[in-house]
Design a protein around this ligand. Structure first.
Ligand code: SF4
Ligand code: SF4
Ligand code: SF4
Length: 231
C-alpha cells in the first residue's frame, strides 16, 4: 500500500473514531435530558466488547456461571459465533457478545408490575430484585435484546448485572472481564474520563445494538474488521 493511500485510510479511521465519540457523548447527554437522569450521578457503569480481540474461548461465560451461580441450561452472557467470512484459507469468524445492555431507557423496567426490575440510581446498573419478582415474564417479552430468562432455581427473572453483588461490592471487576485472556472486555465508569473504558471509547469506533429503539444501551461493541456488518 502506498503512503498516500495509507494516510487516507488512517485519516478515515481517525474521523470515524471522532464521529463515534461525538455521537456517543451527544446521545448520552440527550438521554439524560430526555429521561430525567440525575446528571450529577458520578458512577455510570458500561462495558466494551472488542470483537477484534475476542477469540470465542467462552471463558467469560464459564466465569459468569461459576461466580453468579447460574444454573446449567441458562446463561447471563453468550458469545455468539457467525461466519466463516472470506474464502479458504483466509477465513475468519465473528464473535459477538449477547448479554444485558443495561439500557438507560429500559423496557424491562417499564413493564415490570412489581418493581422487581429496576435501575440502580447509584450505578446505572439494571438489576432484578428476586424477592419482588412474581415470574410474570413481562420483562422477558419486553426486552428487545432477548437476554432475560427465568432462573430455574430461584424462579425469578435473571440476567447479567455486571456482577453487582458478587464482584463489584468487593471492589473487583466483573467475572467475565477478569477471566478474558485477550482483554477483549473493558468495564468501567463512563463518567470517569481517566477510566480505561472511556479511553477505549475515545480510541476505537464502536456501535451499540438496536439504537433505533431508543433504549440507550450501555454495552458497546468494537466491530470485527473481517466480516459482514450484522447489527
Ligand atoms: S437489555 Fe433487556 S434486560 Fe437489559 S436493560 Fe435492556 S431491556 Fe432490560
Ligand atoms: S418476571 Fe419478575 S422482573 Fe420480570 S416483569 Fe415479572 S415481576 Fe418484574
Ligand atoms: S473470554 Fe474474552 S476472548 Fe473469550 S469469548 Fe469471552 S470475550 Fe471472547
Amino acid at each position: 500500500m502506498d503512503i498516500s493511500k495509507r494516510h487516507f485510510l488512517t485519516s478515515c479511521g481517525t474521523l470515524l473514531a471522532g464521529i463515534s465519540i461525538y455521537t456517543v457523548a451527544k446521545e448520552l447527554a440527550q438521554t439524560e435530558a430526555e429521561l430525567g437522569v440525575d446528571q450529577t450521578q458520578t458512577i455510570k457503569y458500561a462495558m466494551v466488547h472488542d470483537e477484534n480481540l475476542c477469540i470465542g474461548c467462552n471463558a467469560c461465560e464459564q466465569a459468569c456461571r461459576e461466580v453468579n451461580d447460574v444454573p446449567v441450561g441458562v446463561s447471563r452472557v453468550v458469545i455468539k459465533r457467525t461466519g466463516p467470512f472470506g474464502e479458504y484459507p483466509d477465513q475468519s469468524y465473528r464473535f459477538s457478545r449477547l448479554s444485558c445492555q443495561h439500557c438507560e431507557n429500559a423496557p424491562c423496567v417499564t413493564v415490570c408490575p412489581t418493581g422487581a426490575a429496576y435501575i440502580d440510581s447509584e450505578t446505572g446498573i439494571v438489576g432484578v430484585n428476586a424477592d419482588m419478582c412474581v415470574g410474570c415474564q413481562y420483562c422477558i417479552a419486553a426486552c428487545p435484546y432477548q437476554v432475560r430468562f427465568i432462573n430455574p432455581v430461584t424462579k425469578a427473572a435473571d440476567k447479567c448485572d455486571f456482577c453487582k453483588e458478587t464482584r463489584l461490592k468487593q471492589g473487583k471487576q466483573p467475572a467475565c472481564v477478569e477471566a478474558c485472556p485477550t482483554h477483549a472486555l473493558v468495564f468501567g465508569n463512563i463518567r470517569d474520563p481517566d477510566s480505561e473504558l472511556v479511553k477505549t471509547l475515545k480510541t476505537k469506533p464502536t456501535y451499540r445494538a438496536k439504537m433505533d429503539l431508543g433504549t440507550r444501551p450501555k454495552l458497546f461493541h468494537v466491530s470485527t474488521i473481517n466480516r459482514e456488518i450484522v447489527l
